[in-house]
Design a protein around this ligand. Structure first.
Ligand code: CTP
Ligand code: MG
Length: 186
């Protein structure tokens, strides 16, 4: 399907492919989280800095998983490119780490904002919950590999990322909730 000269299938595949190292860290953090919170229990104006939902274990495992995934995607890139007949970007080494790290930091920044606005751990913050990690992952990525980011995240790809991410986020969180891995479906 073509829309304004854009191959919609190709754009969607590239968008999901390029964002995978940012999508996976949060889900791995849900599976591995627990133990010491990053803020060490510290508070600011009587409210937790980040809260018990942001742990060292979940954060480190999430970043590591995202990096390993990006590495793995590089390894299978040619095969997937041939199979789908879509030209997929390889992840530069700087992006392999920057993208998952940015995603986790974005999630953390959202928790910081939630606590400042009086939201308890697990409270929803529509909009922020769905896109926090996208914004920070892309910021980190653009700082570590500016040209690669501009080449990969073209306007059509960015548009798909912003539209599709909240949907993927909702679907994975509802699945995690139904499986009993997560306390809330957001
Ligand atoms: N998690 C973690 N470390 C992170 C992010 C998530 O350990 N950096 C784990 C925690 O066990 C957390 C769960 O994944 O409870 C769900 O993540 P999330 O929804 O981001 O946290 P919430 O518990 O909802 O807390 P918040 O309100 O701060 O988002
Ligand atoms: Mg939550």
């Amino acid at each position: 399907m073509e829309l304004f000269d854009v191959d919609v299938f190709e754009v969607m595949v590239v968008a999901v492919w390029a964002m995978l190292p940012a999508y996976v860290p949060n889900n791995i953090a849900v599976l591995t989280g627990g133990g010491a919170p990053i803020d060490g229990g510290r508070t600011w104006n009587g409210r937790r800095l980040l809260g018990n939902g942001k742990t060292w274990r979940g954060t480190i495992a999430g970043i590591a998983a995202g990096a390993v995934l990006a590495w793995g995607l590089n390894a299978v890139r040619q095969g997937v490119t041939d199979a789908l007949n879509v030209s997929l970007p390889a992840f530069p080494i700087a992006v392999v780490l920057a993208m998952p790290a940015g995603a986790m930091l974005g999630d953390m920044a959202a928790s910081f904002l939630k606590r400042r606005t009086g939201r308890a751990r697990g409270a929803s913050f529509p909009g922020v919950d769905q896109l926090d990690f996208v914004v920070m992952a892309l910021l980190f990525t653009s700082l570590s590999a500016p040209e690669w980011t501009l080449d990969t995240f073209t306007l059509p790809v960015l548009t798909v990322v912003v539209l599709v991410t909240p949907l993927l986020h909702l679907i994975t969180n509802v699945i995690a909730y139904v499986l009993g891995l997560k306390n809330e479906p957001w």
